[in-house]
Ligand binder design. Sequence first.
Ligand SMILES: *Cc1c(COP(=O)(O)O)cnc(C)c1O
Length: 469
Amino acid sequence: MNDSSGQELEARMRELPSIDEILNSQAGAMTSNEIGRERTLGLSRGVLEKVRNEIDPDGRIKPRSELLEVIGSRLEEELETRRRGQISRVINATGVIVHTTLGRAPLSEKAAAAVLKAAGYCNLEFDLQTGKRGQRGAAVESMLAEIADADGALIVNNGAAAALLVLSALAKDGEVIVSRGELVEIGGDFRIPDVLEQSGAVLREVGTTNRTKIADYEKAISVSTRLILRVHPSNYRIIGFTECPNLSELSLLAKKNGLILVEDAGSGALIDLGLFGVMGEPVIVDVFAEGADLVTFSGDKLLGGVQAGLIVGRQDLIETLRKNSLYRALRPAKITYAAIEATLQSYFLGAATDEIPVMRMLALDPAHLKLRSDRVAERIRSGSDNSFSVEVIGGVSAIGGGAGPGIELPTSLIALSHSSLSAKSRVAKLRKNDPPVIVRIEDGRVLIDLRTVAEDEESELVEAILACA
Ligand SMILES: *Cc1c(COP(=O)(O)O)cnc(C)c1O
């Protein structure tokens, strides 16, 4: 920047209204009326800062009065966002079932109702039979143990918390053996070596990225070894020349040497998802039956519940976890127990494929999706002028949430092009719709996958699309 443009920028900055002017403007006064002067001051400073940062050093200077108006309407927008709340329902038209940035699994109707029921006072730690203090989450955890055919179960805040608690309570100051093929990173900030370090246990890597033999595990065992950890690589597959011992072999080795065998199963399939063409997800009952002492998994991936970390396995180990001081920091809120209980009930009562949205979406028949897509496409065509080109094409939906990488569920896609508006600008408009609609873009076309859109959301979806033309 040369001198003269620097001076010009300074001149421009002087055009910015002062905080007092903003507070005394009409918008400022109205905001003050609603939320008080102190909060309005805070909002105004934020808006002013943003407007200052947006000043284009080479752009046209807006006169002060115009800037004051811009700032006024921005202030109203900020206030409106706070009235509405930042978290809003969205229509997920991406076809990604466990969408990490859209809240992962949607709750079942029963789970949502259970959350409401637990919102007020509830018998979280109160035994209604005896009138005495009960164990937090006892009923939910015993149902979880029954479903997994395990002796015990414990619920914490998420899968990461489950891994941290297990390693910290059972292997602190000792060694944990992990195959090099399983030292994975899951979703940016969950890395097995880091969690191990946090827990105070020492990582003992064995084998190679693609091949680890039982003998590699055996050679690594020393007096300091506490635990063998197996990690389901979730979002990642090694294919080709690979080898790893199965759980039963590892279990024998662990028992012979007095070690604990833990499997971090990731997604936590409670039923065999091969039923839906989803291969390679460990089924929890099998993992326990094959000899793992403890299994940990997430509550809001393929299980289809709420964010939670579920731990099942040997009762004595579960009790050790429960007594560990870290558990107090990792135990979930009452609404988590409520949502997990309702979700598990669906599995226990054999109704999961009907009641759990994730299961229903996995099970959707491609012919049915084609039918719905044709119907929605027709509604868009008949509601719009000729600026839209609407086509139904074949495509694939993804599971998401770091589960079943490479698994493609056949689906139908509604492909939308527009004669004058770019896909990018239409996607931005859809995001600003009420409710926001989230879609995919491919080759300059907006793609809608109805797999993740409920049938009763179709009208809102059609309206949103027509409104962005
Ligand atoms: C997702 C995942 C985790 C972390 O679970 P969160 O519930 O996301 O904390 C841990 N381990 C594996 C193998 C996973 O797939």
